[in-house]
Design a protein around this ligand. Structure first.
Ligand SMILES: [Zn+2]
Length: 685
């Protein structure tokens, strides 16, 4: 061990948090060298031992291995996402293929797989506890899907593909970040600001200051800045510029062009699937999903697509009518939709973001999320301001459960900055497990809210607040985990189940009781008026045609792309043709166009998997109805089942069984359709 490298010594820090202040980019490669070698030694010890395979000496030992590598890897990947630098990006480019190769080599290790396979063959006679049995099945499936059954030559090719994919996926993601951080719409005079409410001006001013032009305003491509600009700016020409730049991320010829990268990724995935004996990548990816087959996904998306398009057409007509009433052009372009939708929303519901925001100060919404976790699951979040994380804006909380014992640590990183990637996500620094003593989870939530001006509060939109609750739901999934084995811990569940804990949590934000308690006016402290709460609830179904089309188009194109048997795919061409075939309304653009669709191309996790949000929405809408049926959004008995079978169970239960145990039956699709306002035959919203 290298005593000078803080990544390789014991972390004598509060809760074993990483020693953020001491870590430099230069520490990572040497630390990875040591950790990879150590993990290889551990794997070799399991594979080469002379004792016959047992659950303990093979499966449990495999689960317990690689802890140093995991500790360094978690820290590294989190910093690359939340607080990157050119130095870290260089390490990322160097390490991504090496880490992928390491992973491949383990899963393609014949002697190791021989032991796993032998145990799997006699799994019924081993007398294992249910969680151990589940771990054995999961580990075995991971090996099989990673190519353990392939011939030697195919294994070699498979490993080379995985390694190359890691390289390409890293480049794809870095290119999107490049395009996001290198473009800004500069506003320099009053007429450029027409229509923008104070909070947008303030955020734009902040963004300009960060970029060294304190006398101007900048609209960047961060969702929390560009979307409000598109909603409020009266300047159609500027909206068009911002929208066009936002939609063309990743699509610029030159060294940051994602089109050739995506093309190669798709070709490699097709080859991967074919080596594994599947017709398409979609078939291969769906093996380890709750949905099981592309056909099951298609059945769900079809139920949504046609009514959503119909609803969107009605919405478009309402927008055009409003434009006409103002004497403005009635042909609605994609950069007009949000603008006119906001005007229609104001007329119909008298609810606009600017009226809601003063009630949604960031601190209040964080309190609301913590309070809901307290009322449902008995958790308390205690701020520890003396503990520094990797950036001064990050807050560190100790989390206590019922009985007041510490159950984990929560890091809350809420603000956008140039060193953080876009979007919102949950991640872990350490996973919960019990196999080698009680290991407590360290969980982080990242958001990209535009920070209020110095001394001013940060005010969230309704969407921002829902995002915060969403990520917090994932956070609770990590924090409440109560499993023995690390590989079954927390959010490591099947991809189309993982959004259930996050999406169901969004429901509590809009409970009138929660809003009355926590949504208080930033200046007067007055609670949100009941009449505004009622209008918020009604306004929820507003624009759902647009939102559903924007999302479902992405899910459909993703499945079509990964179910295609074509040898060579030009993603721009494919996107255009597929949208035409689907009858995509011309006024709406996919939520993520393919050249910057990070879900699909920055990793493989969501490839043929963007549908999972809607799949989980079926589960969450139906699941939340259990509370409504009980007549109490915090019903203790329902909350107890939700905690036991969903939030705490990790991957110890098969997901359909987990849902049944919680709900008492299989999920129904109707609550999701009616929540989106798509169940009725016609509607006015
Ligand atoms: Zn999520």
């Amino acid at each position: 061990m290298t005593p000078n490298n803080p990544l390789l010594v014991e972390w004598k820090t509060p809760y074993g948090l990483p020693p953020f202040g001491e870590v430099r980019a230069g520490h990572f490669v040497p630390a990875f060298d040591v950790a990879l070698a150590q993990h290889n030694t551990e794997i070799e010890r399991i594979a080469a031992q002379s004792q016959a395979p047992s659950f303990d000496n093979t499966i449990a030992a495999f689960d317990a291995g690689g802890r140093l590598l995991a500790r360094i890897g978690h820290l590294f990947h989190n910093l690359c996402s939340s607080e990157t630098s050119p130095e870290l990006q260089a390490v990322e480019r160097a390490m991504a293929p090496r880490l992928a190769a390491h992973h491949s080599a383990i899963y393609l290790n014949d002697r190791l797989f021989g032991r796993v396979d032998e145990l799997h063959a006699r799994r019924e006679s081993l007398g294992l506890a249910p969680e151990a049995q589940r771990l054995l099945e999961r580990v075995h499936l991971d090996f099989v899907l990673a190519g353990a059954r392939l011939s030697a030559a195919d294994k070699q090719r498979f490993a080379a593909i995985v390694e190359r994919l890691a390289e390409l996926q890293t480049a794809f993601s870095q290119n999107v970040l490049h395009d996001e951080s290198n473009w800004a719409l500069w506003l320099t005079e009053e007429r450029d600001l027409a229509g923008l409410p104070p909070f947008v001006r303030m955020s734009a001013r902040q963004a300009a200051q960060q970029r060294g032009r304190p006398d101007a305003w900048a609209i960047t491509l961060s969702r929390s800045l560009v979307v409000p600009f598109l909603i409020f700016s009266d300047r159609r020409d500027l909206r068009e510029q911002a929208f066009t730049a936002w939609m063309s991320r990743g699509e610029h010829a030159g060294e940051h062009d994602n089109r050739p990268i995506a093309r190669e990724i798709l070709a490699l995935r097709r080859e991967q699937a074919s080596l594994m004996g599947y017709g398409t990548y979609a078939d291969y990816a769906l093996v380890d999903r709750m949905a099981e087959t592309p056909a099951a996904v298609a059945r769900l998306l079809e139920q949504v697509w046609t009514p959503a398009k119909k609803r969107a057409a009605e919405e478009r007509d309402a927008l055009a009518a409003l434009a006409a009433s103002r004497g403005e052009p009635t042909s609605i372009e994609p950069w007009d939709w949000r603008y006119y939708a906001e005007k229609v929303r104001q007329v119909r519901y008298a609810v606009d973001d600017a009226a809601v925001k003063p009630y949604f100060a960031l601190e209040r919404i964080v309190d609301a999320a913590f309070d809901c976790a307290q009322r449902l699951f008995g958790l308390t979040f205690i701020l520890r301001p003396e503990i520094a994380a990797y950036h001064p804006d990050v807050k560190v909380y100790e989390v206590r459960g019922r009985g007041d014992h510490v159950i984990g640590v929560f890091l809350h990183d809420n603000f956008a900055r140039p060193t953080k990637r876009g979007g919102a996500w949950m991640s872990s620094y350490r996973l919960q497990s019990r196999i080698a003593g009680d290991v407590l989870p360290i969980i982080v939530n990242n958001n990209n809210f535009a920070k209020g001006a110095p001394g001013e509060p940060t005010l969230l939109s309704l969407d921002d607040a829902l995002t915060l609750f969403h990520e917090f739901g994932h956070g609770l999934h990590g924090l409440l985990s109560q499993v023995t084995f690390e590989s079954l811990s927390g959010t490591q569940v099947l991809r189309d189940f993982v959004e259930l804990p996050s999406q169901i949590f969004e429901n509590w934000l809009l409970e009138p009781d929660v809003l009355r308690r926590h949504a208080r006016h930033v200046e007067t402290g007055a609670p949100m008026p009941d009449e505004l709460i009622a209008r918020l609830e009604q306004a929820r179904r507003f624009n759902q045609g647009f939102e559903t089309v924007e999302y479902t188009a992405c899910a459909l194109v993703d499945m079509a792309l990964h179910a295609s048997a074509a040898e060579d795919i030009d993603i721009t061409e494919f996107e255009r043709e597929e949208l035409k075939r689907l009858g995509m309304p011309r006024e709406i653009v996919m939520r993520h166009r393919l050249p910057h669709f990070l879900h699909l191309f920055a990793s493989s996790g969501y490839a043929a998997g963007y549908y999972v949000y809607m799949w989980a929405e079926v589960l969450d809408a139906d699941g939340y109805n259990a509370f409504l049926e009980a007549g109490n959004p915090f019903d203790p008995a329902v909350a107890e089942r939700l905690q036991r079978y969903v939030y705490s169970a990790g991957n110890t239960l098969e997901p359909s069984a987990a849902f049944r145990a919680f709900r008492g039956r299989d999920p129904k699709v109707e609550p999701m359709l009616s929540k989106r306002g798509l169940a009725e035959t016609s509607a006015s919203a």
